[in-house]
Design a protein around this ligand. Structure first.
Ligand code: NAD
Length: 487
């Protein structure tokens, strides 16, 4: 297998990015490469002092630069310049991303970086087009709704798509006139540090985009509790989202956007285009080894076509081979860590102990690195652990239905409501069913986001509150003020 780069040759920063420069800090948290288990480096665990420095830098930068009150077109220009520099830096960013995360180097420029630069441009363009509104009032009065930035946004991101997730949080916050302190995952901080450096090079005033590195319990908790942070924007697990709500409530109150976990169903009716449905079922669980929030991890298939769909999926699942993230050509990604692989394996074992049958996979690959075989589990009841728990790996359950009502019951999840896929040629049924699903997104006869970024993404139920992407993400980084004048 040819390598696109040598992981040992990269120099990886150990520090935070505060007030426009790298602030070196002692490495405490081990970062291992999921592709071969090799220890890469140690990264810091930023404490309250580090977080306070970053928040102060953000407040100073806002006051000094006037970013929130400047001509909005100046923000647009600076953000476009940042997107240009990120695009030009694709190769460096792709190496930094691939070395410690599960993202294949071959996919980062065309997928992750292309989407992020587009999203930065998308959010930038709101800055001089969205505004407040003039309220209808009696002739003797004038009423306005002013909208203004919050100030400092504390952003916390997961490891599964580090560049994309940083972009989802940072781009709308900056476009809307805020400063940001970002805490990336302690397992994948390197690309975020580079994004912050590029922001300064693009002319975004130093201190508007800071990065603090560390784990959730110390660095994340300090960021959420800091009184100088005006809003929290979080993407990660439902468990951590709950801890953040608790922590924030104990230290005061802050508005929050929470993008959390999912357990999304993909429902295939008997009249579906089977080629399309099978390709989407595979695409819904194999990329990034199933480590994405909207993974279609629960397949719900009409009895008439279930055997054929299953047979074709088993054949397709069998062809994926473990591939280091630094290989020239992308293949099956590793699981982010041995700890996460162990968790995944124990849920599969519990599923089998509760009556599930392993149609394929069901164990790790016998090779270096943390790779798990694409796995299909059948004979699962609704209370089976593999149906209930977000597994975050290439593992899907396969359930069969005989009626639309049964399909709806199976599609419904007690906890999560992030996304659902529907496959049918019957438009009335598709729309009827989409209306009945308790999820924040429904994809019909496809299973991926559009390249347009205008559709908001976010969960119902315990999959979260608030939205990323779309106009909503821009607006959620501004707050309104009612102004009434007697003329
Ligand atoms: P995680 O919740 O363990 O960690 C996410 C981030 O939160 C990390 O930076 C972590 O250090 C930090 N963190 C953890 N506990 C914290 C706390 N108590 N206070 C403050 N910060 C804390 O999640 P993960 O394993 O990095 O990512 C996988 C999860 O993210 C999955 O559940 C997945 O569904 C979810 N996710 C959701 C979306 C979405 O848009 N809904 C997108 C991507 C990932």
């Amino acid at each position: 297998m040819t390598s696109a780069f040598d992981p040992a040759s990269l120099s990886l920063a150990s520090g935070h990015f505060i007030a426009g420069r790298l602030v070196e800090d002692r490495g405490e948290i081990a970062v291992d490469a999921p592709s071969d288990g090799r220890r890469l480096t140690l990264v810091p665990r930023g404490g309250e002092g580090v977080v306070a420095n970053a928040v102060e830098a953000a407040r100073r930068a806002l006051a000094r630069s006037g970013w929130g009150e400047c001509r909005p077109r100046d923000r647009v220009k600076a953000l476009h310049a940042w997107a240009d520099l990120i695009a030009n830096d694709s190769e460096t960013l792709a190496c930094l991303e691939a070395v410690s995360s599960t993202r294949p180097h071959a996919h980062v420029p065309g997928h992750d970086i292309a989407a992020t630069t587009e999203q930065i441009r998308f959010f930038a363009e709101f800055a001089d087009k969205e505004g407040g509104l003039l309220a209808p009032t009696a002739a003797g009065q004038a009423g306005f709704v002013m909208d203004q930035p919050y100030g400092v946004v504390g952003a916390i991101a997961p490891w599964n798509f580090p560049i994309n997730m940083a972009g989802w949080k940072v781009a709308p916050a900056l476009a809307a006139g805020n400063a940001v302190v970002l805490k990336p995952s302690e397992m994948t901080p390197f690309s975020s540090l580079r994004l912050a450096e590029l922001a300064v090079a693009a002319g975004i005033p130093a201190g508007l985009f800071n990065v603090v590195v560390g784990d959730g319990a110390v660095t994340g908790a300090a960021l959420c509790a800091h009184p100088g942070v005006d809003k929290i924007s979080f993407t990660g697990s439902t468990r951590a989202g709950g801890q953040i709500m608790e922590n924030v409530a104990r230290s005061g109150m802050k508005p929050m956007t929470l993008e959390l976990g999912g357990k999304s169903p993909m429902v295939v009716f008997a009249d579906a285009d089977i080629d399309l449905a099978v390709a989407c079922l595979e695409k819904g669980i194999i990329p990034n080894a199933g480590q994405f929030c909207v993974a279609g991890s629960r397949m719900v298939v009409a009895r008439e076509i279930a055997a054929e769909v299953m047979e074709r999926l088993i054949a397709r699942f069998g062809v994926h081979v473990p591939t280091p993230t630094w290989a020239k050509d992308a293949g099956l990604s590793p699981i982010i860590s041995e700890r996460q692989l162990g968790r995944l394996d124990s849920i599969v074992a519990a599923a089998v102990a509760s009556g599930a049958t392993t149609a394929c996979g069901g164990q790790r690959f016998d090779c270096a690195g943390s790779y798990y075989r694409p796995t299909l589990l059948t004979d699962v009841r609704p209370d089976n652990p593999a149906v209930v728990e977000e597994i975050f790996g290439p593992v899907a359950t396969f359930q069969v239905f005989d009626s639309e009502d049964e399909a709806e019951q199976l599609a419904r999840h007690p906890t999560y409501g992030l996304c659902a896929g529907l496959f049918t040629r019957d438009l009335s049924r598709a729309l009827r069913f989409a209306r009945r699903l308790e999820t924040g997104t429904v994809w019909i006869n496809r299973y991926n986001r559009s390249g347009d970024h205008i559709l908001p993404t976010g969960g119902w139920k315990q999959s979260g509150m608030g939205k990323d992407l779309g106009r909503e993400a821009y607006q959620s980084n501004r707050r309104t003020k009612a102004v009434l004048i007697d003329l």
